[in-house]
Ligand binder design. Structure first.
Ligand SMILES: C[S@@+](CC[C@H](N)C(=O)[O-])C[C@H]1O[C@@H](n2cnc3c(N)ncnc32)[C@H](O)[C@@H]1O
Length: 342
């Protein structure tokens, strides 16, 4: 459930001529089957600038659109992720995949800028959360769906502009000790006068899995986060109508056993990962054993992590530095706080 945003429209203000009847909103939502009608009413009221707009939002929600599509955003690890209708809504359980990826990213950033790829990025929520939390990062994100790519571009631009590095090169840095005419010092330490490299450069590509990624990424990826579609085809019909009717089938359907896209990702992963780099995917608990085999077949050392609290299963495959591919030689993700510090 997204937390309440601030809005210039304050319907609860007693002197607002547009002040809606909050309990009437709750009643309409409850009648439409919204379990969290009170929370949703608060969010919709805060999002609507006028009574007419509020009526339209309630109508869309009552007709079964996901709350996040109606609001135009979802909360993910404390970030507000912009969503257009038809784009996969980032799930809370995927924060567990981010936590695992962050632990590995923090290890990598001890001696270099980690290279992170958010494959099947959807709205870009996973990449944005990783990029914000890491001190340094080179981030690449890709998805086959042009609407998702548009959202990911907006979300990464917003997340990385927010005082945490940008996608552009910074200005030339002139050391404080510089004095006009001090060319000798400049020649002695040219690196001090060179343009500073971007702190958190990023790019978003559109296309099928690895196809749109630059070839220069081959063998350099430290974190390959791939929240691929993993619902078995026969089970798509059993999903809640919010997902079935409002999220694209390409975001959900993972083929007969749900692992078809993972098979394609795992088959090529070792070519893109740096030595010690890791592929992280989310699966259902039931699929985890087969997903392990799929990753092993791709030449990776594999480990499974579970969160009882978030009902989340993450399978992590590492391109090991040594020929020994036993999971014991894998980098161990350390504990990462469930939510980022406020
Ligand atoms: C389960 S959603 C995950 C989205 C996002 N990573 C998240 O966690 O919110 C799967 C995403 O994979 C994308 N996708 C499916 N098949 C793909 C393919 N062959 N190449 C690239 N992206 C694909 C879908 O468009 C969708 O955005």
């Amino acid at each position: 459930m997204p937390s309440s945003p601030s809005s210039p429209y304050s319907p609860s203000s007693p002197d607002s001529p547009d002040s809606p009847d909050r309990s009437a909103v709750v009643d309409r939502l409850r009648a439409a089957g919204c379990v969290f009608a009170e929370d949703e009413a608060e969010l919709l009221i805060a999002a609507a600038p006028t009574a007419t707009a509020l009526d339209a939002l309630i109508g869309r929600r009552a007709a079964g659109e996901p709350l996040e599509h109606v609001l135009g955003w979802a909360e993910f690890r404390g970030l507000r992720i912009t969503l257009e209708p038809g784009v996969f809504v980032p799930r809370r359980r995927t924060e567990f995949l981010v936590r695992q990826a962050l632990a590995l990213g923090h290890q990598a950033e001890e001696d270099r800028t980690p290279v992170v790829v958010d494959l099947c990025c959807g709205s870009g929520a996973v990449g944005a959360a990783l990029a914000v939390a890491l001190e340094r990062v080179e981030l690449h994100a890709a998805d086959v769906d042009p609407v998702a790519v548009r959202c990911a571009r907006r979300n990464l631009a917003a997340a990385l502009r927010n005082g945490r590095g940008s996608g552009t090169y910074g200005p030339y840095e002139v050391p404080e000790t510089y004095a006009p005419g001090d060319t000798y010092e400049a020649l002695k330490a040219p690196e001090a006068y060179a343009p500073r490299p971007p702190h958190k450069p990023y790019a978003v590509y559109e296309g099928d899995l690895y196809a749109p990624l630059p070839a220069t990424l081959r063998g350099r990826v430290d974190i390959l986060a791939a929240n691929v579609p993993y619902v078995p085809t026969d089970e798509v019909a059993l999903l809640p109508s919010e997902a079935r009717e409002h999220e694209p089938r390409t975001a959900l359907d993972g083929g007969a056993d749900g692992l078809d896209v993972l098979r394609r990702v795992a088959a090529e992963a070792a070519q893109w990962l740096a030595p010690g780099g890791c592929l992280l995917v989310e699966t259902s608990e039931r699929q985890a054993a087969e997903a392990v085999e799929v990753m092993r077949a791709g030449g990776l050392g594999v480990r499974v992590k579970r969160s009882e609290e978030l009902y989340a299963t993450v399978v992590i495959g590492a391109r090991l530095r040594s020929p020994d591919r036993s999971p014991e030689t894998m980098p161990e993700p350390e504990a990462v706080p469930e939510r980022p510090a406020e």
